[in-house]
Every structure is written in structure tokens, then in C-alpha cells.
Design a binder for this molecule. Structure first.
Ligand code: ZN
Length: 494
């Protein structure tokens, strides 16, 4: 292509020329050794131009031109970039730096996320999808780092980002993310936390506790029963019944945490962020239970970067906090104190759109926090679709309503679907406003997997058109993200 050839000729001297048919991402211009690279978009497809000479130039795989190479944003080229430009690789941030998880279901939100967060103190965890989300969207763990790497190039962003193996339960998945160079693991211990304990009275708890191994019983009773602990000026005390309950609830989970830490995390020869999640459980994590788990981890030599309790109230996907704000403030302050005492970050899961509690979180965590969001950027994508491609929006909305019941198998949400305004009475210019309403937000939040993978005659029904629309209107998508994610960061004082 002539335009690209002319651009490569200039790029040999590190110069950018603008061509009508080519979109240039000016911030992507980079020099490594004697190689220049530049990201462009032609006919809706992003490419990397490489000119000059040297090993980066030689290693990039692409179509050769007299003046350079035109390279695809492929997995192979991502690996090459990771080797030469260290800021394109995921990195750990430790216990003192605030981090913000930005799960990106479509793999195209990271440039907007970077623009939003680069002027804030929090560092972005750009790659973060649970296995559930990967399965529902037909993506792989490796795809996540590909997308994040190219986003750092596109934005010329050198501030560092993390990659989180989110809510992993299985050892095989943990091994996989470590091999792939992820910088963070969120260990989901919910499979090891029994259900039904809430229904047991004190006698039943005691009875059940007496079936644990004798040494295990002694360990917990000696260390906790009728003992008090000081946590930054507050006293936490355990009765016998507390000990029975927490031992039954967390003993197996603690064994698993220690096992994973000793087998994998401790042996790593690079900095790594290790998060413990006990949030996807039946029971709300009381501050006392949080202390119990944290203290056991410390005594067993496990260092964690962050820990996610299950907070009181409800953190439903895509909408604001549901619950008693005073109670939340009281417990959050205690959780934050415990995290500070043990020297890790408090982690807030399903953190998207929880605007009413962000100021409380900011007040008590004082910037030592990890907040996970996932999928709220997908809703911003839907907002752009509603605005720019009403016809596609209408088809997706109708389909989402049809598949909503199936999606409930994966998510706990309680929207009132009857409150959603009928589609046939809503004019095109009002479609985007669906993304301002809780019920329609949740409708789309949970049906993404069905929407993105639905096929007819071997063809994806919505996905290709959805990507086309978002690619064509990438500036609109970026501004939507800057506004929406920016509001999160502002209210969290991050
Ligand atoms: Zn979680």
C-alpha cells in the first residue's frame, strides 16, 4: 500500500507523515535501538509499522516493504515487544501502591483505560478476566496480555500495568498464569469454605468442631479461644464458639492458601502480587473472621498483597451498593484497620459502579487498596452501540431479554426486568439512556457471553458488527470510559 510505504520511509528517520486513509496513533511512536515503531489503523485494522534496523526490527514478523515492515498485532509480535520494551510486560505493584482492576471483556477497552488512569495515582490491572468470563467470551488468558501490551504501545504508556489471574481455583490454571507471565493471582478459596454453617447453633458447632483432627483443634483453641488481640488500638476477642465457627469455616481454605503459596508463589524469582479472595461465599466476612484468616496466614509465613473479604450489603454487578451505609462504614473501617495492621491492601471486588461507598472506601483505606471492576466497560461499549448503531442495539436488547434466565446461572443479581421501558416505545435517541438504568444495565451485564458467542449458520450474529461499530467510533468509546471510569477513580480519591 502506497500510503504505508511513504509512512515507512519517513519512519526510518523517526518522523510521522499523515495520510488521509490511515489513522495514526501518534503516542505510539517509539524508538528502541535503531528501530522505530508506530501504530496505525487502515480499513479498521490496527497494524504496527517498523522501520530502521536492529534486532527488534529483525524479530518483528511482518510484510516486508522497501522501507520497513508492516506487522500484525499478533501474539508472536506481542512476545517480541515484551522482550524489548519492559513496560509492555505485566508487573507487580506490591502492598503500598493502589491498584485498579479493569477487566476488559472485548479486548479493546485498554487504550481508554490507560488514558483515564495515567494521571491518577492508582496503577491499572489491565488484564483481568475470570475463567468464567474467558469461557463465556471464547478468549484465552494469553489474549489478555496481547491486548494489554498493544494498548501500552498505542498509548505510549510507560507507567506499568498488572495482569491478574482472577478468581482462580484450580492448580492447573494457576500454573498457566504463572507461565504466561501474569503479575498477580487472585486465589479464590470458595470451594474450600463449607456452606450451611450459619444454620448451626453453638452446640452443633462444637460437635462438628470435635470431629476435626485433634492437633487442629488444639491449634485453634490454644491460639484463639478467649484471647484478645490488639489491632491498631481496637481489641478483637474470640469466644469458644467463635473459634469453632471460624476453624470450621476457614481451616480447609487456609490449608489451600498455604499450599498454593508454598508450592508456587514463594518460589517465584520475580515480584508478584498474591491476593486471597474469600468474597464469593455464603457468609459475610465479619472483621473478626477477617482477622482470624489474616493472623493464621501471617503465622504460617504467607505474605499476601491484598485480601478480599465479603462485605456486608450487596455488591451486585453493574449497579450501586445495596445496603446500610452506616453498617458498611463501620465494618469497612475495621476491615481497613486489619489490612493495615497486617500490611496488605484491602481488596474490593465487584467494585464497579459502587459510587455511594467509594468515599467511605477512600476515607479508611487512604489509598492503600485494590478495587476490581469488570464489565462496567462493556456497558459503556453498549452505550456507544446504542448511540451509534441503534439497529444493532435493538437486536441485542431483544436477544438479551430472551437469554436473561439462562445467564442467571452464572450471576447473582435481582433486577426488576418489568421496570425496563419497552423497546418498541423508545426512540433511537433515547436508547443510550438504557445504560443509566439499573435493570437494563444488569440485563446486559450478565448476558454478554450469550451475545458475543451466538451464532447462526456458522457466523457470529452480533459480535463482528459490534466490533466494527466500536472500532469505527473508538474515540467515542474512549471518552465514555474516561468519563465513567474516571468517576470511579475520582470518588475513590485515587
Ligand atoms: Zn470476588
Amino acid at each position: 500500500m502506497k500510503a504505508l510505504n511513504e509512512m515507512l520511509v519517513s519512519l526510518q528517520n523517526g518522523e510521522i507523515v499523515n495520510k488521509e486513509t490511515v489513522k495514526v496513533y501518534e503516542r505510539s511512536l517509539e524508538k528502541e535501538g535503531n528501530t522505530y515503531i508506530l501504530m496505525v489503523k487502515v480499513d479498521g485494522v490496527k497494524k504496527l509499522l517498523a522501520a530502521g534496523e536492529g534486532s527488534l526490527f529483525d524479530d518483528l514478523i511482518g510484510e516486508k516493504d522497501d522501507a520497513g515492515k508492516i506487522c500484525a498485532l499478533s501474539h508472536e509480535n506481542r512476545l517480541v515487544l515484551n522482550r524489548y520494551l519492559s513496560y509492555t510486560k505485566p508487573q507487580a505493584f506490591g502492598t503500598k501502591t493502589a491498584t485498579f482492576g479493569l477487566g476488559d471483556r472485548l479486548g479493546i477497552a485498554s487504550p481508554g483505560h490507560i488514558k483515564t488512569i495515567e494521571n491518577h495515582q492508582a496503577k491499572p490491572i489491565l488484564a483481568q478476566q475470570s475463567i468464567r468470563e474467558l469461557t463465556l467470551t471464547n478468549r484465552t488468558l494469553s489474549d489478555l496480555i496481547d491486548a494489554a501490551t498493544f494498548a501500552t504501545i498505542q498509548e505510549g504508556y510507560k507507567g506499568g500495568y498488572g495482569a491478574d489471574g482472577d478468581h482462580l481455583k484450580e492448580e492447573a490454571d494457576i500454573q498457566k498464569v504463572l507461565e504466561l507471565g501474569f503479575s498477580m493471582l487472585t486465589l479464590d478459596c470458595s470451594d474450600y469454605i463449607p456452606t450451611g454453617l450459619n444454620e448451626l447453633d453453638d452446640d452443633a458447632l462444637k460437635e462438628k468442631f470435635s470431629h476435626l483432627d485433634k492437633t487442629v483443634q488444639t491449634h485453634y483453641t490454644t491460639n484463639y479461644a478467649n484471647k484478645s488481640f490488639e489491632v491498631n488500638g481496637e481489641i478483637i476477642t474470640f469466644s469458644n464458639e467463635d473459634v469453632y465457627r471460624y476453624a470450621l469455616e476457614y481451616h480447609e481454605a487456609l490449608k489451600y492458601m498455604v499450599y498454593i503459596y508454598q508450592t508456587y508463589i514463594e518460589k517465584l524469582d520475580r515480584p508478584f502480587d498474591f491476593e486471597i479472595s474469600i468474597d464469593e461465599t455464603e457468609t459475610i466476612t465479619s472483621p473478626q473472621a477477617h482477622f482470624f484468616v489474616a493472623n493464621e496466614l501471617k503465622n504460617q509465613g504467607v505474605s499476601v498483597t491484598s485480601l478480599a473479604p465479603r462485605f456486608c450489603g450487596e455488591f451486585q454487578k453493574g449497579i450501586d451498593y445495596i445496603g446500610d451505609l452506616d453498617q458498611f462504614e463501620k465494618e469497612l473501617s475495621e476491615h481497613a484497620r486489619i489490612a493495615e495492621h497486617f500490611g496488605y491492601k484491602l481488596s474490593i471486588h465487584s467494585g464497579s459502579d459502587k459510587f455511594s461507598v467509594f468515599p467511605i472506601i477512600a476515607k479508611y483505606t487512604k489509598g492503600v487498596v485494590h478495587v476490581k471492576t469488570a464489565g462496567t466497560n462493556w456497558l459503556e461499549a453498549i452505550r456507544v452501540i446504542a448511540d451509534k448503531n441503534p439497529d444493532l442495539y435493538r437486536r441485542m436488547h431483544q436477544f438479551a431479554l430472551e437469554r436473561f434466565d439462562d445467564a442467571l446461572a452464572y450471576y447473582h443479581i435481582t433486577p426488576d426486568l418489568d421496570s425496563i421501558a419497552p423497546l418498541d416505545e423508545t426512540p433511537d435517541e433515547k436508547l443510550a439512556a438504557y445504560m443509566d438504568k439499573d435493570a437494563s444495565r444488569q440485563l446486559f451485564h450478565v448476558t454478554y457471553g450469550f451475545i458475543l458467542t451466538e451464532e447462526k449458520d456458522g457466523k457470529l450474529i452480533f459480535t463482528d458488527e459490534l466490533y466494527e461499530t466500536l472500532t469505527e467510533h473508538e474515540d467515542a468509546y474512549e471518552s465514555a470510559l474516561e468519563q465513567h471510569i474516571g468517576k470511579h477513580l475520582d470518588l475513590l480519591s485515587l
